[in-house]
Every structure is written in C-alpha cells, then in structure tokens.
Design a protein around this ligand. Sequence first.
Ligand code: 5MM
Length: 340
Amino acid sequence: MNTSILKETVDQIFANGKGILAMDESTPTCEKRFEAARIPKTSEMYRKYRELIVTTTGLNESIGGAILFDETIRQTTDSGEPMAKVLMDAGIVPGIKVDMGAKSLAGFPNELVTEGLDGLRERLKEYKTMGARFAKWRAVITIGDNIPTDACIKANVHALARYAALCQEAEIVPIVEPEVLMDGDHTIQRCYEVTENVLKTLFHQLYQFKIDLEGIILKPNMVIAGKGCPIQNGIDEVAEATVNCLRSSVPASVPAIAFLSGGQSPQLAAEHLNAINTNFKDMLPWIVAFSFARAIQQPVLDAWKGEQSNVGEAQKLLSHRAKIAAAARRGEYSCSMESR
Ligand code: 5MM
C-alpha cells in the first residue's frame, strides 16, 4: 500500500477549505426524494439531475470531492462526457459509494447491517479505472428501546474495517461512515453515549484490521437529540457535545472528519459545523469538514422540479449552499449568508 497516494487524495479533497458533496443516493433513496418533489422516478431523470449538479459553474470553489452512485459513474452528460470526467476536469475528486445498502440484521429486530463485501476487490479495481479515488460505505445504527445491541455495532464495524482494508489495498481512500440516526425521541446524552461506543468499537476494529488511519476519512453524525425529542439543544451545546465525543474516541492520526447532515435543515447543519470550527478551533486535531447530501441538495431538488427551465436557478442554489457549507468548515459562516 502506498500511503502517500492516500494522503494526497485526502489533501486534494479538503484543500482551500473545501468539503465533500454526497450525491450518491441509491435508487431507492432517489425514488423517495423524487417522489416527494413530484419528479418522475426514472433513470433518465436521475441522470439529468446529476448532470445539473456536476456542470454547476464554480462548484469546485467549495467542493473538493463528490461521491457518486454506481449508476451515475456509468452515465454521461448530454454532450457524452462521463460524469466522473466532468468532475475531474473541474478539479473535483470523484468518489464512489460501494456498499450495497443497509439490510435487516437477522435475529435483531429493528437493526440493520450494511452489505456489499462480496466481490468488492474486483469492483474497486473497476471503479478506479473510471476515475474514483475515494469510496464510501455507510453503516446505520438506530437508537431505540434496548438498541443498538453490541451484536449490531460489532457486525457493522467489522464490515467497515474489511471494506476499509480492501480500499487501502486498492489505493482508494475509504470514507468510513458509521451513522447513528436522528430518528427517535432520544436525548442528546443518549446520542453521545451511543456515538462514543460506536466510534470506540470502530477504531478498535480498524486497528485490528491494520487500517492506516492517516489514509481514511471519518464521516460521523453530529451528537444531537433525536428528531422527536422534546428537548432540542442550542447550537453551542450540540457543537460542544460533538467535539467532546469525537475527542474521546477518534485518534488524532485521522486526517479529516466530514460530517453527514442526517436530516438537519441546511441552515442548522451549517450553524453546527461553524460553531465546531470557531468555538473549538484549538481543540481539533483533525480537519473538520462536511460530506452533506440533504443539507446541500434539498433546496436544489425542490427548485429544479425536473424542469429544464429551472436548471439555472437550481444551480445557483447548489452553488450557494455549497459556499455556505465551505464557509462553515472554515468557521466563517454567518446567518446573513442565508439570504442570496
Ligand atoms: C446521499 O445519500 C447517501 C446514500 O444513502 P442511501 O444508501 O440510503 O441511498 C448517504 O449515505 C449520504 O451520503 C449520507 O447519509 C449523508 O447524507 P446526509 O443527507 O445525511 O447529509
């Protein structure tokens, strides 16, 4: 394994205060989002939407890496250019989602385990020929009555470690994403306990599988109360809990943390990231950035509505949200940026 190649990729993605755009919605997720926005759920509409994103002028000022879905990396723009090439030409590093989704964990009601290890070595080789230089695998941990179980956490971190090992063997940077969901009515304290447990178990497993921590990107959730919890904490409280939790469980050798947004509103996700990068700036041994999907894309999809005439406006919104996320990553965000 050539560690310097992995490090170069990480450096390029996060250079000049940039972050990652997650645009790797699987077909079931695309169906859900398009249905909600009343856009026809066809492969061609997914292609048009992804073309809108990758051809947005100036996206490369805020976005250093973009995660694609298998279908997208095989698609071209109207002018016949592969999506990954359009990104590369703009200086954005293409990445690829390689997990095959979170499925029910047999014997453990309401818990999930992510599948996709079979044939992964061969798939990584192919994705590399298509330009992918980093990959992503998302594990999903649910908080509820008596869950998550140790068995669920262990099954998921085991898969994450085996995935990361295969990526590093292929000189592809693994984004390691253990997402503790915001679904539920749990408090911020419960989210803290579960997230800390998951991350500590994860890093122990990564150590056992000889993962070079300097060649990964961690994509965690922020530490935040469940959506249904009556007590929703302030911006600074969320930032503080998140920083404390990460400092207690993530080794300093990890070069970068890129948060998922997890269903937070675009503004709230930016405010939390900004508070982390301002109030706690001197306590962070890692780059602390973003790998948002919904917190960047949701207004874009809503503005596009599947209509060619809306492409320009949707691209302006994409550029605006990406700029806001990058400002928050640098600790330069202010609420006044929300109005265009
Ligand atoms: C873009 O969505 C990604 C793929 O999800 P599915 O496998 O469920 O279709 C997802 O992993 C995403 O990258 C992360 O959840 C971050 O997205 P958010 O919206 O939480 O920032």
